[in-house]
Each structure stands twice: as structure tokens, then as C-alpha cells.
Design a protein around this ligand. Structure first.
Ligand SMILES: Nc1ncnc2c1ncn2[C@@H]1O[C@H](COP(=O)(O)OP(=O)(O)OP(=O)(O)O)[C@@H](O)[C@H]1O
Ligand SMILES: [Mg+2]
Length: 246
């Protein structure tokens, strides 16, 4: 099995105003190529912190993170940036696009910044349902279209892993399902690993494996069940009352 993300005993705490918050508490997690992992947990449970540490955007307070076999803690800032650029795609809730630039310019931005050669632009855009939109300014697109551009950018250079933090959070359910479908297709056809944070059991249902966090700790890790069972598992580990079932 080809492990592309490996967290071993990762903790992350923040010190603010003399108080310490443990955002991530001794989390170990291996993700293989071609695996689609959904991460869920109540607000503040550490999901974004986990993603940021795994993607090398934030340094853990303890533990090690390996990306495509390289220990991030042993790399200098420049080497980490290069590794991220070459092997990692990210998709955030807020799209993180430059709205004055065109679709083509946004998708090819990592390459312009020295990143690896992207797949042919027309092919990448067609794969996310945006054929022919190359020259449109991103500022003129709908939220769903923008998120497709962000997915296209994340996938353009064939990364080993894509980290997505609530990529459907700002979208209606139908559009959200389409965006998650794009990630699912990338997993199935290109063996990309995807680690996706979501609050929506319907979105998580597209994954192969469900990881639940509570108070910074990994409290459950197993095959993704159906939507109803996802909601039940989530409620159970979060200590929240379960929705009444009849
Ligand atoms: N930069 C920071 N400084 C201080 N505390 C932080 C910082 N980032 C996160 N935290 C704290 O760490 C904990 C985990 O935050 P995190 O953003 O990972 O949660 P989350 O599960 O992504 O929540 P949400 O579902 O609301 O996005 C929270 O208690 C949060 O307040
Ligand atoms: Mg978050």
C-alpha cells in the first residue's frame, strides 16, 4: 500500500492570553493513494487543524507528519513549500481564488509560481464541467462554478493528495454533491488521495473511510457507512443527543 499521508502522534496546541488550547491531541493517521477519507466532528474538534498540519501549512507541537514519504519536520521552509506545491492540492470553503483573474489564470497559477507542469488546461476544465470557460473572470462565476475552478486548480498538476476543508460549505446540496463527485472521480480515476472535512453526512457518504474527531482526539476510524449511520456515529462521539428516530 502506497502511503501518501502519515501522521504519527500529532498534537497541536495554541497559547492565547495565557490559556492553552489543545486543538489536536496525539492523532495518528495513515492515508493511502486512492483513498478518500472524510473527517467529521463538532465545531472546534480540530478538523481544520488536522488538515493544516497534514498539508504542511502548520507545524505540529509534537509528532511527525510525512507527506509522500518525506518528514515535514526535517525540511526547511523552502523545501516544505516545494513539496506542498508539487504534491498537494487544497480546496477551501472560501474558494481562495483571485477574482480579477480568469479561470485559466487561476487554474494555472501554481504552475506560474514554479509548480509542476499541469495537465492540458482544456482537459482539466472539461473534467470539472467547465469546458470553454478559460477566459472568464472568476469574479463573474457562481459559487458552485468557483468551487469547480478551485478543484480544477487543486487537481491540475496531478497531486498525490488533495486536502479539502468544507469545500461544499457555501454551496447548495446539489452543487455540493457535484463538487464532491469531482473529488470522488479523481480518487477513482487518478488514484489521488483525498482528505475531506465536512459537517454534512451526505457529503461524507462519498468517502471510503470516516474519521471522527472529538476534542482534538481521533475517536473513530473505519469504513464509511451510509448517511443515516454517519449521522448516528457523529452524534454518538460528539455527545450530542441523536435526532429522534421513528
Ligand atoms: N490560530 C489559533 N489560535 C488559537 N486557537 C486556535 C487557533 N486555531 C484553532 N484554534 C482552536 O483549536 C481548536 C480546534 O480548531 P479547528 O479550527 O481545528 O476546529 P474545527 O474542527 O475545524 O472547527 P469548525 O468545524 O468550526 O471549522 C478550537 O478550540 C479553536 O478555537
Ligand atoms: Mg474548521
Amino acid at each position: 500500500m502506497d502511503t501518501v499521508v502519515q501522521l504519527t502522534g500529532v498534537s497541536r496546541s495554541y497559547r492565547t492570553g495565557g490559556r492553552e488550547t489543545v486543538a489536536l491531541d496525539d492523532v495518528s493517521l495513515d492515508v493511502a493513494a486512492g483513498e478518500f477519507v472524510a473527517v467529521m466532528g463538532v465545531t472546534g474538534s480540530g478538523k481544520s487543524t488536522l488538515l493544516h498540519c497534514a498539508a504542511g501549512l502548520e507545524r505540529p507541537s509534537a509528532g511527525t507528519v510525512r507527506l509522500v514519504g518525506r518528514d515535514l519536520g526535517r525540511l526547511g521552509e523552502a523545501a516544505r513549500t516545494r513539496l506542498r506545491r508539487d504534491s498537494v492540492g487544497v480546496v477551501f470553503q472560501s474558494y481562495n481564488l483571485l477574482s480579477e483573474l480568469t479561470v485559466a489564470q487561476n487554474v494555472l497559477l501554481p504552475q506560474r509560481l514554479g509548480g509542476p507542469r499541469a495537465r492540458p488546461l482544456a482537459e482539466v476544465l472539461a473534467s470539472v464541467g467547465l469546458a470553454g470557460t478559460e477566459q472568464r473572470p472568476v469574479g463573474e462565476l457562481s459559487g458552485g462554478q468557483r468551487q469547480r475552478v478551485a478543484v480544477a486548480r487543486a487537481l491540475a498538476a496531478d497531486p498525490a493528495v488533495v486536502f479539502a476543508d468544507e469545500p461544499t460549505g457555501a454551496l447548495d446540496p446539489t452543487t455540493g454533491a457535484q463538487v464532491v463527485g469531482l473529488l470522488r472521480t479523481a480518487v477513482d480515476t487518478r488514484a489521488v488521495a483525498v482528505v475531506l472535512v465536512t459537517h454534512d453526512p451526505r457529503v461524507a457518504a462519498a468517502s471510503d473511510r470516516l474519521v471522527l474527531l472529538h476534542a482534538g482526539a481521533l475517536v473513530s476510524d473505519g469504513p464509511t457507512p451510509d448517511v443515516a449511520a454517519i449521522a448516528e456515529q457523529l452524534a454518538a462521539v460528539s455527545g450530542a443527543p441523536q435526532a429522534a428516530s421513528r
